[in-house]
Design a protein around this ligand. Structure first.
Ligand code: PLP
Length: 419
């Protein structure tokens, strides 16, 4: 047997392969190890404190260090860790969570299909959209339409229908029947429908705010316009609220509620548990569920850990906190606060524009996309943990507990770090 060759790369001897990373650089520079979190802050191994500009990967809506959620999970795991929701099984807490989500759903009477995270939710919605048309006698409606710049997770369907070409490259054909349209122009959706025919199109996937693709807010009236186009042409409207759901949009549970979009399907994850335990959920409007609930139809789809009982307990405790502490209103406060305090950064010569004013999100778009990653590193020296999204945009999406003073401090530190 031949011996294992020595690696040609420099290595910090960590066994970990990070997601979305140049592992050569990570191995050389070493990882940024996060040890603890508290509210809007995280701490590294040395105990240095950082303002968490991004709430992890857009998920810690209620902030870090909520022992109430940890206790709810521990208590659930002690009585029943999980069982299954295949067939007629369901853990008691999972059933209670489904009822609770049904009550806050943007479409009354929605059904809830649980998943293990956002990418699962997207796959579930893409499959269900096609399967729905099959059930109602239109099996040729299979094309899934997404938007340029959009991000829909990293499973095969989500990678194929999203609008970030570089994420799709070098895998061959991921999924047939996926197309993208211009991200900010409803007319381009109309043009595609006219080109291929509505009788071929299953669904249009739409992030109300484009998140990981660079934090782009929808133009005024855009969401209502694409919603109407879908309605007029019998194309299912899928709101991808993995980022915007559970309060991130400000003032409401979902962007779909704030803009009265009445989505046929809505994908969620992240803020459902504030990321304390992985979980996702797809909200399914009653008319889409109907053919599957009429009797005699099996949908052969599901995930072992979909609706995991421990995750359901985390979600229940998370929703309790959001309601008790009025965090939907706090998110609306952050919408205004981020808009005010980040506006001055737009005048810096390294900054192209600041995008804010909808939801507890903002982006500082650097002129030179290549500067974004080094800037993430530089920012840490000023006590801010940041992240580059899309092409050179610094993502700002704090926990809803971040105060206005902390927002001002964070914006000030970013300005200082810009030099
Ligand atoms: N959809 C959107 C809009 C997202 O931002 C993400 C993740 O960032 C996903 C889907 C995929 O979620 P996950 O990473 O939990 O699979």
């Amino acid at each position: 047997m031949s011996s294992v060759p020595e690696p040609t790369y420099e290595s910090t001897h960590s066994a970990l392969w990070h997601g979305f990373a140049d592992m050569g650089a990570v191995s050389k520079n070493g990882p940024f190890v996060v040890s603890r979190g508290d509210g809007a802050y995280i701490f590294d191994r040395e105990g240095t404190r950082y303002l968490d500009a991004t709430a992890g990967l857009w998920f810690t809506n209620v902030g870090h260090g909520r022992t109430e959620i940890a206790d709810a999970v521990a208590s659930q795991l002690s009585s029943l860790a999980h069982y299954s929701n295949f067939g007629d099984f369901v853990p008691e807490t999972t059933l209670a969570l489904a009822e609770r989500l049904g009550e806050i759903a943007p479409v009354a009477g929605s059904k809830i299909f649980f998943t293990s995270g956002g990418s699962d939710s997207i796959d579930t919605a893409a499959k269900l959209a096609r399967r729905y048309w099959h059930e109602v006698g239109k099996p040729e409606k299979t094309l899934i339409v997404g938007r340029q710049k959009a991000y829909h997770g990293m499973h095969v369907a989500g990678t194929a229908l999203a609008g970030i070409a570089v994420n799709r490259e070098n895998y061959g054909t991921l999924m047939s029947d996926a197309r993208t349209v211009t991200w900010d122009d409803a007319k381009s959706l109309l043009a595609l429908i006219e080109e291929v025919g509505a009788d071929k199109i299953a669904a249009f996937f739409c992030e109300p705010i484009i998140g990981a693709g660079g934090v782009y807010l929808p133009p005024e009236g855009y969401l209502q316009e694409v919603r109407q186009i879908c309605r007029d042409h019998d194309v299912l409207f899928v709101a991808d609220e993995v980022v915007t759901g559970f309060g991130r949009i400000g003032g409401s549970w979902f962007a779909s509620s704030r803009f009265d979009l009445q989505p046929d399907l809505m994908t969620t994850a992240k803020g459902l548990t504030s990321g304390y335990v992985p979980m996702g959920a797809v909200f399914i409007a009653p008319h889409i569920a109907e053919p599957f609930f009429a009797g005699g139809v099996w949908w052969r789809h599901g995930y072992t850990y979909g609706g995991h009982a421990g995750a359901a307990a985390a979600a229940m405790a998370n929703l309790d906190i959001i309601e008790r502490e009025n965090l939907l209103q706090e998110s609306a406060r952050l919408e205004a606060s981020l808009h005010t305090h980040f506006a001055p950064l737009a005048d810096h010569p390294r900054v192209q524009e600041v995008r804010s004013g909808l939801g507890a999100v903002a982006a500082v778009q650097l002129n030179d996309p290549a500067e974004a990653l080094p800037f993430v590193g530089a920012l840490r020296k000023y006590g801010v943990s940041g992240r580059a999204a899309g092409q050179g945009a610094m993502q700002i999406s704090p926990a809803f507990v971040m105060t206005d003073t902390e927002v001002e401090e964070m914006a000030g530190r970013m300005l200082t770090a810009l030099g």
